[in-house]
Design a protein around this ligand. Structure first.
Ligand SMILES: [Zn+2]
Length: 401
């Protein structure tokens, strides 16, 4: 049996004698890649499965623009305008603390509407905090196609390569956006521990997301993170001790950075819209990811004006810069502005509270990198300093399947 565990946001330097004594020991005795560098963006899962960097997969951020593919294309204009109005009124009501709980009207409203809309439109994509007027443009990019279908990167897919060796695939404990009946962290742990009773020739894809959640909420340097790492270390000790005849691949896909400052980009977008006479959905759209702002503009002349604005405005040049990744402009934006390490764009289209940690920065930076430890019964002891996340596919096939 082979168990692949994607540990979301397991940062390279989390592995230490003090934080994770078991994993540290394992890294010194078995196959260890200290630093794993993902492609820029937020589509690590397709990079792992396809074995290709984001410029080759075409997947860059989780959400892209394509009206034909949007699940919300049929949403009525008047309804979306009305919802945006209510949303903006509720945003102005301050969050109060009542009976030890934060009372956030805007969050409550968005959650209820989200439930109604996803049900009505039979949508996989949540409406998150995307302005309702813009919702009908957007769709899930990497999660549009099932990563375990034959269609997903046919030749280079890790899934297809494993299947071709007559090994069955088990993805019950895996994850993707919009997944219904997602297993909880504890359910995944229990599921994997209990798996040792079966001796099937099986490759298990599984996912543990708690480090990402804790990293965003409390930060990578927090006491909560220390506790979570300790829990994770104990889990892997238990899992490996009861699966000595299995191969266990532990992969951290990216890191986590403590946020140093928050930057509100909305006033700039409002100013651009007003100054250039742009109209939402007609000739202008934008998307605010936590570390990026992406803009679509029809008119080339106005596009130049916006680029000039972004390159001239002190606040924008101090907090980030325009980048030109080799990805589809039509899908990901004519203009892509990336925040500097430690700057979080807030408000964004995802968060109701200010996070403490974030990822999605320039991935050559150390704190943005993940790690990989592979236990195998034959005890391969190899120590590699750096590797790209896209290479994991090849490494697994060459040495562990
Ligand atoms: Zn995350």
């Amino acid at each position: 049996m082979k168990i692949f565990i994607l540990v979301d946001a397991l940062r390279s330097d989390y592995i230490s004698q003090k934080n994770t004594p078991f994993l540290y020991n394992l890294s010194q005795k078995y196959y260890y890649i200290k630093k794993i560098k993902p492609s820029l963006g937020f589509c690590e899962r397709s990079e792992i499965i396809s074995g290709l960097k984001s410029e080759k997969t075409g997947f860059f951020t989780a959400i892209g623009k394509n009206k034909q593919k949007s699940e919300y294309i049929k949403m009525s204009k008047s309804m979306s305008i009305l919802l945006d109005m209510v949303d903006s009124i509720l945003k102005k009501i301050p969050v109060i603390r009542l009976f030890n709980k934060n009372l956030n009207w805007n969050k409550a409203f968005r959650k209820i509407i989200n439930k109604i809309l996803t049900k009505k439109h039979n949508a996989k994509m949540s409406s998150y905090k995307i302005p309702y007027r813009q919702l009908r443009n957007f769709y899930l990019t990497e999660d549009e196609i099932n990563h375990f279908s034959k269609k997903f990167f046919n030749q280079s897919s890790l899934v297809n390569k494993i299947l071709s060796k007559n090994i069955s695939i088990n993805n019950k404990a895996w994850t993707y956006l919009g997944k219904k009946n997602q297993m909880s962290e504890n359910e995944v742990k229990k599921y994997l521990i209990n798996k040792n009773k079966s001796q099937k020739n099986e490759f298990i894809f599984s996912y543990l997301g708690s480090l990402d959640v804790i990293g965003h909420k409390y930060g990578p340097q927090s006491k909560e993170m220390e506790n979570e790492l300790m829990k994770l270390d104990l889990f892997f000790k238990k899992l490996i001790k009861s699966n000595l005849n299995s191969t266990i691949i532990i992969l951290g896909d990216h890191g986590m950075k403590t946020i140093k400052s928050y930057f509100n980009i909305e006033p700039h977008l409002k100013k651009i819209k007003y100054d250039l006479g742009l109209k939402i959905n007609e000739d202008f759209n934008y998307f605010i990811d936590s570390t990026m702002c992406r803009i679509w503009i029809k008119d080339n002349f106005k596009k130049e004006n916006v680029i000039n604005y972004f390159e001239r405005q002190k606040e924008l040049t101090e907090n980030g810069a325009i980048i030109s990744p080799k990805v589809s402009k039509k899908t990901y934006g004519d203009i892509i502005w990336l925040a500097n390490e430690g700057v979080m764009v807030y408000p964004d289209f995802f968060h109701f509270n200010k996070p403490i940690g974030m990822h999605g920065y320039n991935n050559s930076l150390l704190k943005s990198q993940g790690t990989c430890i592979i236990y195998s019964p034959d005890g391969k002891n190899i120590n590699i300093e750096n590797e790209n996340l896209s290479k994991i596919n090849e490494i697994i096939m060459k040495d562990f399947v």
